[in-house]
Design a protein. Sequence first.
Length: 92
Amino acid sequence: MLSGAPDGAGFVVEEADPPHTLVLAKRGPDATTTCSISLRDLDGRTRMVVRVRIRAQSTLRGTTYLATMDMGDFLAMRRQMLTIKERAESTH
């Protein structure tokens, strides 16, 4: 099983500074994945910045995890951003 956390557990909160910053991490023997979400005020508007970083071991399992997460993250992030955009625009 390629898991970034013990027993397949999900992300854990590494840092929280509501409502500005949230940093999540998923650590395992083959890779560490971190996700940072921050909100920034720009002239009365809000910009959301999301960064995902994956550090994988140079092993077959680590490389497989990296490749799987890279493609999966791209697809999931696009859908999440479209949903957030739709919800944000529907409140105006």
